[in-house]
Design a protein. Structure first.
Length: 422
């Protein structure tokens, strides 16, 4: 029995729209036709390379796998998606929507070239030409413009780590309501650690500020926790509907784990941090022992920690900007070996009192009983194995938040909730 894999991208434009809303509208159509059960798993929201210079607002593409009766049935679904895009998308500026689809017989036999194309799209720059080549190799069809790249990439998302997002939509003719931080705090507390990046002190992080139809999005590792929190808020803040997506958000899928400096790509470096200099704007300029330079912007809120790591062996990662020096813009850093040690005088062996140094001789003298002697100093290593990540409000979609460490892959063991779209 055949399955239709269909992906879309690039349907938002300057001043409105949202690709997730087009997919939501498509799914709602299936709901009305009583075809909800033909959706395999959850619809997928895939974020692509965050360093691509000519991207759509959130660089999101979407796809869904549907059980179909026949090739003709698959075609009907594709036509539905096409007409939804034509109705919903304003073709202004650089907006160039695209659809990619593929009919396969066996879900366990997704062509490796498709998963390769997803991995490349999330880490690198890909051209329309490459998308066309891959599509013809895997028998996928492309319809439309630049958006076909992301649409095809989304079809190749076979996760080894994933998260969920509950997205609620708002009425188009109403102003965006202000979500009360107290509501978010309460639910954040209740659903942690299975939801993440909800709130930063009093700053609500689940609500976008743009003109798009998204009311809010709750991200997490469990579909049931995002559902509980999302459903409450959707009711309270007058959402017109909602859906749960499985996503690559917060998974670090964009990290290349390669140390080669290539513009618009993520790079991973291991070295000794030699120097950290603050400029007048508060950004920190770092030098590693192989003369590689890196910059950490002030707004990331990691500067103080970085200054604390000078001399340590670190792993640093981030995006490469295509300027002359190919600077690395830091996204995160991990201390692999902390060189800091604290040297203390021992206690007096006779009375246990504090001892003080007597100049250069190396002799120590007890402050309490006057005992003098040459004794070894006590060395206390700081042993700080910290992971430096930006503050919560500066996270980009794909960056893995610290609180997700240890939860990787959990999402894949979660059964699909009975209710996942409304
Ligand atoms: Zn003493």
């Amino acid at each position: 029995m055949p399955y239709l894999m269909i992906g879309i991208d690039d349907t938002d434009w300057e001043g409105g729209g949202c690709t997730t809303y087009v997919m939501y509208s498509f799914i709602k159509y299936l709901v009305r036709e009583n075809l909800t059960r033909s959706v395999i798993g959850l619809p997928r929201l895939t974020r692509l390379n965050p360093y691509v210079p000519f991207k759509t607002r959130g660089n999101a593409s979407l796809s869904v796998i549907i059980y179909v009766e026949s090739e003709d049935d698959a075609k009907d679904h594709v036509e539905l998606m096409e007409s939804l895009i034509n109705q919903m998308v304003k073709r202004v500026g650089k907006t160039s929507p695209g659809i990619a689809y593929l009919v396969i017989r066996n879900m366990l036999k997704v062509d490796e070239r498709l998963t390769w194309f997803y991995r490349k799209s999330v880490r690198d720059i890909v051209t329309l030409d490459l998308a066309r080549k891959v599509a013809s190799k895997v028998n996928a069809k492309l319809m439309g413009g630049r958006g076909t790249i992301g649409a095809l990439a989304s079809l190749g998302f076979i996760p080894i780590d994933a998260t969920y997002e509950f997205i609620a939509y708002r009425p188009e003719d109403e102003d965006r309501p202000m979500i009360n931080p107290i509501d978010v705090k309460h639910w954040d507390h209740t659903t942690r650690p299975f939801t993440f990046l909800n709130i930063n002190e009093d700053q609500v992080l689940i609500e976008p500020h743009g003109p798009d139809p998204v009311l809010f999005g709750v991200r997490g590792d469990s579909p049931y926790h995002v559902l509980a929190m999302g459903n409450y808020l959707a009711n309270k803040y007058n959402a017109i509907g909602w859906i749960i997506y499985v996503t690559n958000q917060g998974t670090n899928d964009h990290r290349s784990r390669a140390s080669e400096y290539i513009p618009y790509r993520n790079v991973d470096l291991i070295g000794i941090l030699m120097n950290a200099v603050f400029d007048d704007k508060g950004h920190v300029h770092l030098t590693l022992d192989d003369a590689h330079k890196a910059i950490a912007y002030r707004h990331l809120g990691v500067s103080k920690e970085l200054a604390n790591c000078v001399g340590c062996m670190v792993e640093a990662w981030g995006g490469v900007k295509p300027n002359e020096k190919l600077d690395l813009y830091i996204e995160g850093m991990r201390v692999l070996h902390d060189r800091y040690v604290e040297v203390r005088n021992p206690r007096c062996p006779r009375c246990g009192g504090p001892m003080e140094s007597m100049g250069r001789s190396g002799l120590l003298r007890c402050k309490r009983c006057g005992f003098e002697g040459k004794l070894p100093r006590i060395i206390i290593p700081r042993n700080n194995w910290f992971l430096i990540n930006p503050k919560a409000s500066e996270y980009r979609h794909l960056m893995k938040p610290n609180e997700r460490v240890g939860l990787e892959g959990l999402a894949l063991y979660m059964p699909k909730p009975y209710l996942w779209v409304y």
